[in-house]
Design a protein around this ligand. Structure first.
Ligand code: GLY
Length: 387
């Protein structure tokens, strides 16, 4: 399906039709993390924050889609909408709204680094640098990690990293390049090394989360939150690892990250069902009756394409690129909402958190963002990552 330009144009048009409609629905409110009955509504009210507020870890994906749409169309409408989110994210940081976690990278890379890279917006640049500084408050020097969740003194969360952190590290690498302050790069690099050495198992599967002793730095044990079991392999986590290690390689040129990205990619690809779209945990197969996670597939496509572009071995590079296209084709043909007017998502059949009972067999914002990023990568030969 994505083999020729004509078909790809149709794929892009179908995706952009949804983004254009959502531009009106979500002009002043943020969508919820995931769809309910396959449709996004404004974010649910939480604590003192009214419906549609800019809280949580996912609100940056919608502005990220706007910047991708701007690149794919050149339309000033998307640029203008993207810039309104720069101001909202600047305000969120200034007000300290829900920023005590590791997800500053997800939030501020797509909302602020992207417009700085694309149109040189200086408010976006300074906000992204402040977000990097905020992320550094999570850095524990002795274990060399960014604590993912919870108050930094929370005994249940102290010393805990998660695989998703890999996607938050590019904000730090970028901040060092922008500011010439090596602290950010050093923290990101050490964190990536710790994840490479302990969160990736010998068979190249990954733990979702891993604990280090915060005082001695000793590696302790892995635990899951969103996977099927502590020793299973949560599909989205493995996809974050493919993309995250490929990006750490891009910023550091440390070939051990590239090799790790290849190993985790091979594990992911070896555990896919026939149609190339992973079940939400890689222990499951076609007879399991379990749900797919289309978002894991979309993230993996982007990670495989990033990795493919950075491999000196042409055969291996073409292998990952072909696998990425195979997965993308399956997403478009069997999981996308192209031609389905009843959904305002781009992808169906994602899983946010099966053990927690959230967003199971629904679309989700990050699945949609990475599906559109994959399209940008495939449609624009010189597309440059925001990460
Ligand atoms: N970063 C949270 C998740 O992937 O669900």
């Amino acid at each position: 399906m994505t083999g020729n330009l004509h078909d790809l144009t149709e794929v892009v048009d179908a995706a952009l039709e949804k983004v254009a409609a959502n531009l009106i629905t979500f002009a002043d409110v943020y969508p919820h993390d995931h769809t309910i009955d396959n449709s996004y509504r404004p974010r649910e009210r939480v604590d003192d924050y009214p419906e549609g507020s800019n809280v949580g870890w996912t609100t940056g994906f919608w502005p990220g889609m706007l910047w991708l749409a701007y690149e794919l169309t050149g339309s000033p409408e998307y640029r203008q909408a993207g810039l309104t989110h720069v101001e909202r994210f600047r305000q969120r940081l200034a007000d300290g709204v829900n920023i005590d976690h590791h997800d500053m990278g997800f939030l501020y890379t797509l909302t602020c680094v992207a417009p700085w890279r694309l149109i040189g917006d200086t408010t976006a640049r300074s906000t992204a640098l402040q977000a990097a500084e905020q992320l550094m408050t999570r850095y524990l020097e002795v274990p060399g990690i960014l604590q993912a969740w919870g108050n930094i003194d929370d005994v249940r969360q102290r010393g805990r990293v998660i695989v998703d952190t890999l996607m938050n590290l590019p904000l730090l690498y970028w901040a060092s390049l922008e500011s010439s302050d090596a602290r950010y790069h050093q923290a990101a690099y050490r964190n990536a090394c710790r994840l490479r050495d302990h969160l990736v198992r010998p068979d190249a599967s990954t733990y979702h989360t891993f604990y280090f002793d915060p005082v001695t730095g000793t590696p302790l044990y892995g635990r899951t939150e969103q996977g099927a079991a502590d020793e299973s392999c949560w599909a989205r986590g493995q996809a974050w690892a493919i993309y995250g290690f490929a990006l750490s390689y891009a910023y550091t040129c440390d070939v051990t990250f590239r090799d790790t990205a290849c190993r985790v990619a091979d594990y992911f690809l070896d555990h896919l069902p026939g149609d190339g779209v992973a079940y939400w945990d890689l222990i499951y197969t076609d007879s399991s009756g379990e749900e797919r996670d289309s978002s894991a597939a979309a993230i993996a496509v982007c990670g495989l394409l990033e990795l493919s572009g950075r491999l000196p071995d042409r055969t291996l590079s073409m292998h990952y690129s072909a696998e990425a296209r195979r997965i993308f084709d399956s997403l478009y043909q069997h999981y996308s909402t192209a031609g389905l007017p009843t959904s305002n998502a781009l992808l169906l059949q994602g899983v946010y958190n099966k053990p927690g009972g959230a967003g199971v067999d629904e679309g989700n914002l990050w699945g949609d963002y990475f599906y559109l990023e994959a399209l940008a990568r495939l449609a624009k030969t010189n597309w440059q990552p925001y990460w």
